[in-house]
Design a protein around this ligand. Structure first.
Ligand code: PMP
Length: 383
């Protein structure tokens, strides 16, 4: 079927029919009681998913807008900040903090490496600390999920605020905003939250509020205090993407109905299934072969095959949409996303497509083994 698509990217991700249905209803006014009720429920549900008693602010923007809000509300030009970077999104924190005039100290890893708390601890003690430490929970470009709990503990110990990019991890892998002491956690609607792109969510701790300088220059739309005051009255400061909020409310309800722990377990098993299938085919994993890698699986393209071409061919021939490599991994790796509204048959479909196209392109792969391996890994491994 010419226009049928199978979306297996790590964002945007497929949206459940209940969410699509809710979003197709007639538009309601953002200052009406109809919307107020939805907003109130959405904020409550977000707090449950973030596992916080604090505020979760919602912006109509992509996830990057939420990241920018953290920098513009928590830093002033000249502030010393540390960025832990091991891929595309870590680099984004550094680039953004630089643009806002921060003195940026980057702990830079090779793409695909897993950041270590010891390195962060050493850097913070050698350099006399930092105002803010910026972390990436799930580095979507490589498939690595960092130990944010450990990294945050070290940063807090050194007196820094901890800001986390959880755009591709919130709702997929464990994240405890309050008990891990995370001061700001940024996410987006279009990943594990099973909603179309368009909303950024940002939790703000009491320590973070204490660091926000009232009416400081450099922000307007993304002003946290103004946003909080208006959210408390369920009277948004600006016109929100009403339909996406309506969809997010339903999606968060579905996630909480499944249960967060159950959702985390499902993602762990999806990651295992994907990696088992990839290995059975004879391909090499780029992302770590461990249970933490439950968001996206990055795979090395076989010798002589350009991964971007593989992704394009899969899309053209089968309507299967995977993600190519980014930055230095362009042409080298391809990525299968498994966050949000996914089950094991999404994994087997993606693997079947990869197998077929690689065989056609003449790669030396084992045919017929991936799907069985994936199903077995999904079914027979308890978390
Ligand atoms: N951080 C991570 C880890 C991401 O995966 C993404 C989106 N791929 C972003 C930030 C940026 O989000 P957005 O494209 O919504 O601005």
């Amino acid at each position: 079927v010419a226009d049928k698509r199978y979306l297996f990217t790590p964002g945007p991700t497929p949206v459940p029919p209940q969410v699509l249905e809710a979003m197709s209803r007639p538009i309601i006014h953002h200052r009406s009681s109809d919307f107020r009720e939805i907003l109130q429920r959405t904020f409550d549900r977000l707090r449950d998913i973030y596992r916080t008693e604090g505020d979760v602010l919602v912006f109509t923007s992509s996830g990057t807008g939420g990241m920018e809000s953290a920098i513009s509300n928590l830093t002033r030009p000249g502030d010393r900040v540390v960025v832990v970077s091991a891929g595309h999104f870590g680099e984004r924190w550094a680039a953004m903090a630089q643009k806002f005039g921060c003195e940026v100290d980057t702990i830079g890893y090779e793409w695909g490496e897993t950041p270590s708390s010891d390195d962060l601890s050493a850097r913070l003690s050698e350099t006399g600390g930092a105002k803010v430490v910026f972390l990436t929970h799930s580095e979507t470009s490589t498939g690595v999920v960092a130990d944010v709990q450990g990294l945050a503990a070290v940063a807090k110990e050194a007196g820094a605020l901890v800001v986390v990019d959880a755009v591709s991890s919130l709702g997929a892998v464990p994240l405890e905003t309050d008990s891990w002491g995370l001061d700001a956690v940024v996410s987006g609607s279009q990943k594990a939250l099973m909603t179309p792109p368009g909303l950024a969510t940002v939790s703000v701790s009491s320590d973070a509020w204490a660091a926000v300088e009232k009416d400081a220059p450099g922000r307007y739309y993304f002003d946290w205090q103004e946003t909080r005051e208006r959210q408390e009255q369920f009277d948004p400061a600006f016109t929100p993407a009403v339909s996406i909020v309506v969809g997010l409310d339903v999606a968060l309800g579905l996630l909480l109905e499944e249960g967060l722990e159950q959702a985390f377990e499902r993602h762990t098993r999806l990651g295992r299934a994907c990696r088992a299938g990839v290995r059975a085919m004879g391909l090499e994993l780029f992302s770590p072969d461990d249970d933490r890698s439950a968001v996206v699986t990055a795979i090395n393209a076989p010798d002589g095959i350009d991964s971007s071409e593989l992704v394009q061919t899969l899309r053209d021939r089968q309507g299967i949409v995977l993600a190519p490599g980014q930055g230095p991994l362009k042409g080298k790796v391809f990525r299968i996303g498994h966050i949000g509204y996914y089950d094991v048959f999404d994994i087997t479909t993606a693997l079947a497509g990869v197998e077929l196209v690689l065989a056609e392109l003449g790669a030396d792969i084992e045919r017929g083994a991936a799907i069985t391996a994936a199903l077995e890994a999904f079914e027979h491994t308890r978390v």
